[in-house]
Design a protein around this ligand. Structure first.
Ligand code: C5P
Length: 293
């Protein structure tokens, strides 16, 4: 096989607790990561040599070599010793800097796709090692299913969630993850004063007990991001007032999401189209990274 087309899903963080800064500069965290139907399309083509990345759709405005997909391909060829090359075409829908994991998802998809095209030279443990080198969120996208993530974000444990409808509000600008962590560090206030309980959140969602969910699904970054961008706090409030079972920032922003059960009637005001995206998490027929299109 010479060409493969893959779905590269976005994700949201259903709550995110940031703890202490570690000796390696990363922060301890606990979060629930949920893959979405919404995502990018990636096409990979085997070539004799070299790596080339072309994107359509949303313009990333970054040099080709800075693209995480390019770096993923480079790591793959170095780790396997394969002398071939590839062309990577990405049809971008996931806005960059939105906390939706677009770059990480593309990188994981490239690792999976190249491994397939070159007849599986790497096993999952080896792919996981490369994914960790690329970024804290990349391992999740190797097998995108709802997970509790701990550590740097790479220690993953699957959890069961029901089908969900997810409304995304992307404000048209991205937020730097590093900036958000720096601002959190500067806050003298202890960040660990509340407990994040992923199992209770998942249980309440499965049992359809929405009472209290909005208070349980918290995100440490909201303190610093909502202070800087009060309009995002307003969106969260509006989403909750409109009857969503939970709403909040995904990752370090900038996207704010609202959450409903997939079986809930769709609110009249819900219309897909900038700045709104309506998508789903579907447990059974999930198309994740590595799913051929
Ligand atoms: O791992 P990744 O490259 O995605 O992380 C981007 C930046 O976010 C890191 O350089 C670090 O400053 C910060 N980060 C962190 N703790 C984490 C994950 C990311 O401090 N658990």
């Amino acid at each position: 096989m010479k060409v493969i087309r893959l779905h590269s899903p976005a994700k949201i963080n259903l709550g995110l607790w940031v703890g202490r800064k570690r000796a390696d500069g990363y922060h301890e965290l606990v979060t629930i990561m949920v893959p979405l139907e919404f995502g990018d399309r990636v096409r990979l083509e085997k070539t004799r040599s070299g790596i080339c990345v072309k994107t359509t759709g949303i313009n990333l405005n970054i040099p080709e070599r800075a693209n995480l997909a390019y770096r993923a391909a480079g790591l793959f060829f170095t780790a396997t010793g394969i002398t071939g090359g590839c062309k990577i075409f990405i049809d971008k829908n996931i806005p960059p800097g939105g906390g939706l994991g677009g770059g990480s998802s593309n990188a994981a998809t490239v690792l999976l796709g190249l491994n397939y095209l070159f007849d599986h030279p790497l096993n999952l443990t080896q792919l996981n090692q490369l994914a960790r080198e690329l970024g804290s969120d990349v391992p999740f996208f190797l097998q995108p299913k709802p997970c509790v993530a701990r550590g740097r974000g790479e220690k993953l444990r699957p959890i069961t969630l029901p089908a969900l409808r997810i409304v995304l509000y992307y404000p048209g600008f991205g937020i730097s993850t590093r900036w958000a962590y720096d601002r959190l560090d500067r806050l003298k206030k202890k960040l660990t004063t509340w407990r994040f309980c992923p199992k209770i959140i998942a249980l309440k969602l499965r049992r359809k007990e929405p009472a209290g969910l909005a208070e349980l699904i918290r995100n440490s970054f909201e303190t610093v991001v909502f202070r800087r961008y009060p309009e995002l706090a307003k969106i969260k409030k509006q989403l909750l007032e409109s009857g969503m079972v939970a709403a909040g920032l995904t990752g370090s922003g900038s996207t704010v999401y609202g959450l409903q059960y997939a079986t809930d009637p769709m609110a009249e005001w819900l219309h897909s189209g900038s700045p709104w995206i309506i998508t789903r998490y579907r447990p059974s027929t999930l198309s994740g990274a590595g799913t051929t299109l």
